[in-house]
Design a binder for this molecule. Structure first.
Ligand code: ATP
Length: 366
């Protein structure tokens, strides 16, 4: 049994198509993320599941119950918001107890559930404080505890970490993931932060312009993006549009533009005369000369030191490509404007059809 099924959901706001033909099946206990740029429709989809927004078309099921007409407060979902949404005049205990009192549970049950929820977010001993005496991270934990306390069928997260500083975001995402896994509550998490999505999710749906672009595990989304949107939204990637030479039927085909010439896997290219060749910055290998196969040469434009890597921007025929040097040492960084040659292993290359932006039928990368 799926925890949630979304079948053909559509939502327009006037001229704006916020959701277009959304189909999703989310498993029980799964941590499922809606990832996409601002305005792609992810919040609208979350709000539609919560019942704060009504779809124009399509069906939503929670655990086999069709909930299209069920009001928000009867859906037994709970939302964790970006701005914490804690009540400032209530103590931590009363904040967490709020939803339980609304449900008219007994005092004993309320006390026990509040205790358990506060324990799981490491806020024991904070019961009597008011939110103004808590840090941003602690307030967000109260928001999380309040949502968990009602033991919802589904936990919904609307960019819960976006008001926190970078270090706290990383701590809190680990914590959210740990709490979610220990309780096994099906969770849907909205974010535009691709790194957060990769770290926290069992599966991700990448959205753009109201449509789902791809659904998969973090590894699948990053290693085997199915179109150019997903490839460039999740992680850094280089893309070059190249003309294809003859060689159909062979294992490799030559693809060129200006002085760039690469051997690419021929599979799936039979009908095409040009191709988008894409590769990740970490997959290239810097080499000292052009004798190695599949090399590209350009001029170093910028160097960004990022700790474990140094990221180079290299001007190749007027286009900036990004390559990473691992374990960088300052004294090995070449001067700006110097010539850089790097090799692109054919097995790391992703190929896309320039007219549709779709990935060619290639072997999936492990
Ligand atoms: P963000 O990350 O910026 O919150 P999002 O991916 O969550 O973006 P939505 O908030 O779902 O995007 O919005 C999808 C589209 O629908 C946007 O173009 C937005 O302007 C529009 N939209 C959302 N809510 C309304 C509304 N109540 N009235 C009119 N248009 C809306």
């Amino acid at each position: 049994m799926y925890a949630i099924r979304i079948i053909g959901v559509e939502k327009n706001f006037g001229e704006v198509i916020a959701l277009s033909n959304i189909h999703l099946e989310i498993e029980k206990g799964e941590f499922f993320t809606l990832l996409g740029p601002s305005g792609c429709g992810k919040t609208t989809l979350l709000r539609t599941i919560a019942g704060f927004c009504k779809q124009d078309k399509g069906d939503i099921y929670i655990e086999d119950e069709l909930i299209n007409e069920v009001p928000a407060y009867q859906r037994n979902t709970a939302m964790v918001f970006q701005n914490y949404a804690v009540f400032p005049h209530m103590t931590v205990f009363d904040n967490v107890a709020y939803g339980l009192r609304v449900r008219k549970l007994t005092k004993e049950v309320i006390t026990q559930r509040v205790r358990t929820a506060l324990k799981s977010v490491h806020l024991e001993g904070f019961e009597d404080r008011t939110p103004d005496k808590l840090s941003g991270g602690q307030q967000q934990r109260v928001g999380l505890a309040r949502a968990m306390a009602i033991e919802p069928r589904v936990l919904l997260f609307d960019e819960p970490l976006s008001n926190l500083d970078a270090k706290l975001r990383i701590e809190m995402r680990e914590e959210i993931k740990a709490v979610q896994k220990s309780l096994g509550i099906t969770s849907i998490y909205v974010t535009h932060d691709q790194e957060e999505a990769l770290v926290i999710s069992d599966r991700i749906a990448v959205m753009n312009q109201g449509r789902i672009q791809q659904v998969g595990k973090p590894w699948e989304i990053y290693r085997n993006p199915q179109n150019t949107f997903v490839a460039s939204f999740v992680g850094k990637i280089n893309m070059l549009t190249l003309k294809l030479g003859p060689g159909a039927g062979l294992r490799y085909r030559q693809a060129t533009t200006g002085k760039v010439s690469l051997n690419i896997p021929a599979q799936g290219t039979e009908q095409l005369d040009s191709i988008i060749v894409a590769f990740r910055p970490e997959d290239v290998v810097e080499v000292s000369s052009k004798d190695r196969s599949n090399t590209i040469t350009g001029f170093l434009r910028t160097v960004s030191f990022m700790g474990s890597i140094a990221r180079f921007e290299v001007d190749v025929e007027g286009q900036l490509l990004t390559i990473d040097r691992h374990r960088p040492r300052e004294l090995d960084i070449p001067p700006i404007h110097s010539q850089i040659t790097f090799s692109v292993p054919p097995e790391s290359i992703l190929l896309f059809d320039p007219s549709s932006g779709k990935r060619l039928a290639q072997e999936e990368r492990p």
